[in-house]
Design a protein around this ligand. Structure first.
Ligand code: NAP
Length: 510
């Protein structure tokens, strides 16, 4: 995608959107659809696509169906598989951005360093590491929850002599074909990488800390007939989308209300393991001891066969430290390696972006992940006027498409911006009491859900609070974000343009 307008110094705009993945592109398109064209999308990379631009590791694909993992307003009749591959999702997002004419709004290479609310002007200042600055009335933070790769906190990692490749920063230039390769991690990224590289490498060692629950992969190639039908009669693709949606929505019952109902799926996963791994010792190592769904449920038909291959070793002894030539295990053995692949996830509850954003009195948005600052529907925050966060606290899902949640948030954001315009207000933020009640209701609900059933996961903070998952049906979230509830918010004017005080549900006289 072209970037015809170069980044400008201290430019002013109505809205800055941070990030150009599903969240940022969706926000931009919804603003355009509402008639608002006064925005820029700042992006640290050189292209749109977010996580689907960055995760180029072999085997990368989405574990949600393509018809559901796409914008409702931009269906794609040409998905080649029911579960889309990374190159196809990346191409889809680039196409969506181009079709919406977002090129002139994009500012690539703008790596956000600081986002600060300026009390004197009542506006936001968004600064890049390059020194470029945008001032704006509104900021939409859409930088993503899985954007900052995390290497394992293991002694000696800096001493490793070979390349260390994180799953989200794949390096194609490293030749794996004659290498002894180690993979740390057995999560959603690892279980796609391992079968993709196992046939290629000289020897593969997988370092597992906790086994994953793995179900058979239901993915298929989309037939030419289905594609033709979707193109000719788009409502048929909408029906397929809704079928996928409701099938997944039914999972909220075991996830949230009756975790014991997962026993049936656990049986299916064990049968899958038994059918694919003959060695009882290996099977034992791969059998989880926590409730299925507590961590993300994985789907794969080729993960277990890759682990059972004669050129793969599964190590479960635990990593003591990394040495220049490989890994020393907790039981004293060493594994010699040429390349180390780290499929160890992301900074989520400690996402550095939240530490770069400061509201009134310089308060960091990182407080939203410690429990100190409540959010309103994971999107707005008391003391952060006109700041909206896409995929904020407690909006992630274990069972369905994040694109659905993002679109729900965008409904609220566009409604809120419309209210600001129509009411003649300049500033809007949720009432602290309402946000506190929202956060308290979530905190009360989560411990009895599957995510509170006793495993460690990236959904939890170090002190065990779940600040990532939305513990309910997504249609409940959709209905709560459909309308802007004015009584839940404080509205006000900018300092110097009348009474700067924020008042409940109405606008102070100018
Ligand atoms: P992840 O789920 O956080 O998994 C990280 C893995 O690394 C876990 O197995 C973890 O073990 C292990 N690990 C971390 N530190 C370690 C250490 N010091 N020593 C040994 N093992 C260590 O990360 P991810 O696989 O990148 O997935 C993150 C999320 O991205 C997913 O849950 C999903 O939402 C998304 N994703 C989706 C897809 C898809 O759609 N197919 C693909 C990739 C990612 P423990 O389990 O013991 O902590």
């Amino acid at each position: 995608m072209s970037n015809p307008i170069p980044p400008t110094q201290a430019a002013s705009t109505r809205t800055v959107i941070i990030g150009s993945g599903f969240g940022g592109l969706g926000a931009a398109i919804r603003l355009k659809q509402s008639g608002d064209h006064d925005f820029v999308i700042v992006e640290r990379a050189q292209d749109v696509g977010g996580t689907w631009r960055d995760n180029t590791y072999p085997g990368c694909r989405c574990d949600v169906q393509s018809n559901l993992y796409s914008f409702s307003f931009a269906p794609n009749a040409t998905w080649s598989e029911t579960y889309p591959t990374q190159p196809e999702i990346y191409a889809y997002l680039k196409g969506v951005a181009a079709d919406a004419g977002l090129g002139p709004h994009l500012r690539f290479g703008f790596d956000v360093e600081d986002v600060t609310f300026e009390e004197t002007s009542g506006r936001w200042r968004v600064t890049a590491t390059s020194g470029a600055v945008f001032t704006a009335d509104v900021v939409i933070v859409a930088s993503g929850g899985l954007a900052e790769p995390k290497l394992p906190d293991v002694e000696g990692i800096d001493s490793f002599a070979g390349p260390i490749i994180h799953s989200a920063a794949w390096d194609d230039s490293v030749d794996l074909s004659t290498a002894r390769v180690g993979v740390i991690g057995t999560g959603a990224s690892a279980i796609q990488i391992i079968p993709a590289i196992a046939p290629v490498v000289d020897h593969l060692t997988v370092f597992q800390r906790t086994p994953a629950w793995v179900l058979p992969h239901p993915g298929k190639v989309v037939s030419q007939r289905a594609k033709a039908l979707y193109a000719r009669l788009p409502f048929t693709q909408r029906i397929a989308r809704w079928a996928d949606y409701w099938m997944r929505e039914a999972l909220v019952i075991p996830f949230v209300k009756r975790p014991s109902m997962m026993a049936g799926a656990e049986k299916q996963a064990i049968e899958h393991l038994e059918a694919q791994v003959a060695d009882p010792e290996l099977r034992a190592k791969l059998t989880p001891s926590y409730r299925l769904g507590c961590k993300r449920i994985l789907i794969s038909d080729d993960y277990y066969p890759a682990l059972a291959s004669s050129t793969t070793t599964l190590e479960t002894a635990g990593i003591e430290r990394i040495t220049p030539s490989g890994v020393m295990l907790a039981d004293g053995r060493t594994v010699e390696l040429d390349v180390l692949i780290s499929a160890t996830g992301f900074y989520v509850t400690d996402n550095p972006m939240a530490g770069k954003i400061h509201g009134r009195q310089g308060r960091p948005l990182a407080d939203a992940y410690t429990g100190a600052l409540p959010s309103y529907l994971g999107t707005t925050f008391p003391g952060f006027p006109n700041l909206f966060m896409v995929t904020g606290p407690n909006t992630a899902l274990g069972h369905s498409s994040m694109v659905f949640m993002i679109e729900s948030q965008l409904n609220y954001i566009v409604e809120a911006m419309g209210v600001i315009n129509r009411a003649g207000a300049a500033l809007i933020e949720p009432k602290a009491s309402v946000a506190e009640a929202h956060a308290a209701a979530i905190d009360e609900k989560l411990p009895s859900t599957i995510w509170g059933s006793g495993c460690a996961s990236w959904y939890l903070t170090e002190d065990g609070r779940n600040v990532t998952i939305w513990p309910d049906f997504t249609f409940t979230y959709r209905s709560r974000t459909r309308r802007f509830v004015r009584d839940d918010h404080l509205l006000g004017l900018r300092p110097g343009s009348g009474s700067g005080a924020m008042v409940e549900g109405s606008v102070p006289a100018r």
